[in-house]
Design a protein around this ligand. Structure first.
Ligand code: URA
Length: 451
């Protein structure tokens, strides 16, 4: 293989053969192709695109660059392209397991405005996300679900290539994104993959057209690799749920997993009862129902009913609690700690929260700005080595469409380790929440279904 000739062809818009792509990926993973040539390849793909056959070959080569797992019985995983307040995995993965699926879920630590799923779970004292693949398999076998950190054994080619793309301006390319996401998810071995492709101001894909194109490519790629697959393109203009921040989001996911079962009054929190976040509940049920329906070959309505029943009867929460225990986490300690933080609001809660400037309705909540506020407060990281403050974040007190009165608090902000950042973050949240005299029109959460 002469890499320079492959680069010449790709630069001119030509097509590479599957065996050429495999040879390139294998050689790069071994260290036989230097970063500068692979960066040139990534840029050529960014500019020229890839055919479906090329994308499939790239995905397959990256998937097989490391360990590939397999499961007996129906299995599924959900992948989200990520958004502000996106705590859906914490609800969906145990919910799908409670319906009889194996749910092996390797997730990321977030680089960006807020933590990833693993960062969120690590706000539970003792939760060990760094399992070996054997430990991961044992947890899935024991309780049906494990959410663990991506290991170095899974798709090492993607780890190396993604780090290069990140610093060479070559992340925004659909074939490269598909290869990156799918290689990891296919290597995990779940028979069904359901994608939540976020679209809007707080999402990686800002436009509906881009989000739909990515959803189509992910579903086609997963099917080409022999898996069952579907995607929902969902709105990410305002944050999901009430909270943005790691422990806050775990707390809210527990509300959803437990609130249905026990009723609002029985929630473990001593403060005033909060309504359940309807957007989180709706998307969790829709995505989990698709996992169950595809994996078991069951009718979608029946799967939806089973998911709602398992939220209401406590079965989904029981799976979550069991998973946390098997990962070494102490849920009681987490709940007790959250209770203390609630009744001691002097602990770096913004003394002057953002307030409604006039009577009216919440017309919009800019997800990106709320995410920036959470980042200011310490909920995210700019570099892989930065520490996250699990208790930092934003709790919204209003959602789009709510009526408000002048002077009403709109959000509560928490910054235990960076109280000096509270005023700037309050300003960001104030700017994020627009109040108008007329109620906004209702917008659907699910923008497109791709099957
Ligand atoms: N997430 C990934 O895992 N890979 C990409 O390329 C983009 C988002």
């Amino acid at each position: 293989m002469i890499v320079k000739l492959l680069l010449d062809r790709k630069r001119e818009g030509g097509e590479l053969a599957p065996e050429e792509i495999r040879a390139l990926v294998d050689a790069y993973t071994r260290g036989d192709v230097p970063d500068y040539q692979m960066a040139a390849f990534a840029m050529a793909v960014c500019c020229r695109g890839m055919t479906a056959a090329e994308t499939h070959a790239l995905t397959d080569a990256m998937q097989h660059s490391g360990a590939c797992l397999s499961w007996t019985g129906p299995s599924a995983d959900k992948h989200s392209t990520g958004g502000i307040g996106d705590k859906l995995s914490l609800v969906i993965q145990p919910l799908a397991a409670s319906c009889g699926l194996s749910v092996p879920s390797l997730a990321g630590r977030g680089l960006g405005l807020t933590g990833g799923t693993v960062d969120k779970l690590e706000s539970i004292p003792g939760y060990n996300a760094a399992l070996s693949l054997d430990e991961f398999k044992r947890v899935v076998a024991s309780c049906g679900v494990s959410i663990a950190a991506q290991t170095a054994d899974i798709a090492p080619a993607d780890k190396k290539l993604y780090a290069l793309r990140d610093v060479t301006g070559t992340v925004p390319s659909i074939p490269l994104i598909v290869g990156s996401i799918l290689s990891k998810k296919l290597a995990e071995g779940a028979g069904t993959l359901v994608f939540d492709v976020k679209c809007g101001a707080g999402a990686f894909m800002k436009t509906r057209a881009d989000a739909c194109a990515l959803a189509r490519a992910l579903v086609d790629g997963a099917k080409a690799a022999g898996r069952r697959a579907a995607a929902l393109v969902t709105a990410m203009d305002e944050p999901l749920g009430w909270t943005v921040g790691n422990a806050l989001e775990v707390e809210e996911a527990i509300d959803v997993l437990r609130g249905g079962a026990l009723g609002e009054r029985a929630l473990p929190w001593p403060r005033q009862a909060r309504p359940l976040p309807h957007d989180v509940v709706e998307l969790s049920v829709e995505l989990a129902a698709r996992m169950v329906s595809l994996a078991k070959g069951e009718d979608l309505d029946a799967a939806r009913a089973a998911c709602l029943a398992n939220l209401a009867n406590g079965a989904a929460f029981a799976r979550f609690a069991e998973m946390v225990k098997l990962h070494g986490g102490d849920l009681d300690a987490f709940l007790a700690q959250r209770r203390v933080e609630d009744v001691s609001p002097g602990r770096a809660v913004a003394p002057r929260p953002p307030l409604a400037a006039a009577d009216g309705f919440v017309a919009s909540i800019d997800a990106q700005k709320v995410g920036q506020a959470a980042f200011e407060l310490g909920a995210g990281r700019a570099q892989a080595t930065d520490a996250i403050d699990p208790a930092a974040g934003v709790r919204l007190l209003v959602k789009r469409g709510d009526g408000v009165s002048a002077g009403q608090p709109l959000a509560q902000l928490y910054a235990p380790t960076r109280p000096e950042r509270l005023p700037a973050a309050v300003r960001l949240v104030q700017e994020a929440i627009a109040v108008s005299s007329a109620a906004p029109t209702v917008r659907p959460l699910i923008v497109e279904i791709v099957e």
